[in-house]
Write a protein that binds this ligand. Structure first.
Ligand code: V55
Ligand code: FE
Length: 493
């Protein structure tokens, strides 16, 4: 009998969805630009079965992947689970076999040693393959059009890391997938890798290095010449796992580090810079001008994740979890190990930053993100554990300082935006932004399509679902010309 816990992670607006399906020709409102041909994939964690433990958390859910297929002004929808090894083992058993988030000691003996990945954090197309990603496991390969799962990849047998980041980037010059891994030689190890994978799916570069301490390395920065690693103390130990505590705990006593690895260099060329304790996770973009490296990230004074609590027992402080886009500057050739500059870029409180990905590694002009204004009314049920609600889409022009927002209204929340260029040749920022808007009162979601330069006007078009998707993590746009089999696929679902 399915029994989901009556906790914040599983009730109210976070009830799991647990279904797959297709909609040919979604109901539309407004205009879906007919020049948009391609797919928007996104993922949310969604436990296939009731969890083994009532204190299970959102980040432990199975990856449920949605595809919005744009074709000449029409939109189709398809949703499938990522068929991870975990998913298939549990489906065969008819119940949850894997236990707590990143704690294999809590698993059923029948699955000891199996890959625990949930593929629940990012859905990313590279070289015509859809990668369903979870940072504790290898990359899972899926078909971007049918959403059929092929399985985990080691990039042709050449990749020896046990894990693969959920936040790879694509180098706009080489087309290489630029990635990293942590806990690469096993749970809690400080071993990391830097990787580049060619568009044909071959590992063409692998550099092993050690992090200053084990922590959640959720994202990184890539510039033309450097890979940039931020070390922020969401840490863990075997003692925590043995005690049954949440895998990560935040340690306010540890400093933050920023590691610079020359992309053509080796581990011995790495330099580590130091900053007093703070919290940040996602990276909007990074770029370099000679040896000067710029790294844009939403920074908060303290832990943003109440479910990975303070290791010394301090209560979660929503006031200190407010994050603001910040630019860090470090000089690879400088003598000191200190940051050169820390500059707050905006007064908008926000997270989930994105750019026009064609400008990854370069000095980007435009950014989009989710903005939180907790003073505005909210009609939805329940509260988020963090108390922070993503209720605006935000836009930043970093050259002129212009910024704008669109409030999704008191009945709605909004999910991570994704920039879609008007065409492959369009200049930076010329195009659209797509973002899921979830009405938590009427319980339906719609994919909003915004003019990327005028988001404050609200969506110019909406593709409407007859139900609500669960809060998700990350998603990406892929042009039809980068999807093998696109033409043939249009005949059906
Ligand atoms: C994050 C999300 C995760 C995870 C680790 O936002 C970090 C960060 C959805 O799973 O496992
Ligand atoms: Fe993320």
């Amino acid at each position: 009998m399915a029994h989901f816990p009556n906790t914040l992670a599983f009730s109210g607006i976070l009830k799991p969805l647990r279904f797959e399906g297709d909609i040919l020709d979604m109901e539309l409102e407004g205009v879906i630009p007919p020049e948009l041909n391609g797919t928007f994939h996104r993922v949310h964690p969604d436990q296939q079965f009731a969890p083994k433990f009532d204190n299970d958390q959102f980040f432990n859910g199975d990856g449920l992947i949605a595809q919005f297929r744009f074709r000449g002004g029409k939109v189709d929808f398809k949703q499938r689970y990522a068929q991870t090894d975990k998913f298939k083992l549990e489906r065969a058993a008819g119940r949850a076999l894997f236990g707590a988030y990143r704690n294999p000691a809590t698993d059923d003996p029948s699955v000891q040693g199996r890959i625990r990945g949930t593929a629940n954090t990012n859905a990313y197309v590279h070289g015509g393959k859809l990668l369903a990603l979870k940072e504790d496991s290898p990359a899972l390969v899926m078909d971007p059009l049918t959403l059929a799962t092929h399985g985990y990849t080691d990039w042709g047998g050449t990749c020896h890391s046990q894990t693969f980041t959920a936040h790879p980037k694509t180098d706009p010059v080489t087309g290489n997938l630029v990635a990293f891994s942590y806990a690469s030689k096993g749970l809690l190890t400080r071993d990391c890798t830097y990787m580049e994978i060619s568009p044909a799916g071959k590992l063409v570069r692998e550099v092993w290095f050690e992090a200053p301490y084990y922590c959640m390395m959720h994202d990184f920065g890539v510039t033309e010449d450097y890979a940039v690693f931020h070390i922020v103390p969401s840490t863990s130990t075997w003692d925590r796992l043995r005690a049954g505590l949440p895998h990560f705990g935040f340690d306010t006593k540890l400093p933050v580090y920023l590691g610079l690895l020359p992309r053509q260099g080796d581990a011995k060329d790495m330099k580590w810079f130091k900053h007093p304790n703070l919290f940040c996770s996602h990276v909007m973009n990074a770029f370099n001008d000679g040896s000067k490296v710029y790294f844009d990230t939403p920074v908060a004074r303290n832990n943003m994740f109440p479910f990975f609590p303070d290791i010394d027992g301090a209560p979660y402080k929503p006031e200190e979890a407010k994050s603001y886009m910040t630019r860090w500057t470090v000089d690879y050739n400088s003598r000191g190990e200190d940051f050169e500059k820390v500059e707050k870029l905006t007064s908008l409180m926000g997270e989930f930053p994105r750019i026009d990905d064609r400008y990854a590694t370069r000095n980007h002009r435009y950014g989009w993100l989710l903005v939180m204004d907790p003073t505005l009314p909210f009609n939805g049920p329940g509260a988020r554990a963090s108390g922070l609600r993503m209720n605006h889409l935000g836009f930043m022009d970093l050259h002129t300082g212009r910024q704008s927002t669109w409030f999704c209204g008191p009945d709605c929340l909004i999910q991570e935006p994704c920039f879609v260029p008007r065409s492959k040749q369009a200049p930076e920022g010329a195009g659209y932004v797509v973002a899921l808007i979830d009405n938590v009162v009427l319980n339906y979601s719609e994919l909003g399509v915004f003019d990327a330069q005028a988001i404050e006007n609200g969506p110019i078009g909406r593709a409407k679902l007859p139900f609500r998707l669960r809060q998700g993590l990350h998603g990406n746009w892929t042009d039809a010309s980068d999807l093998p089999g696109w033409q043939q696929s249009l005949g059906g679902l």
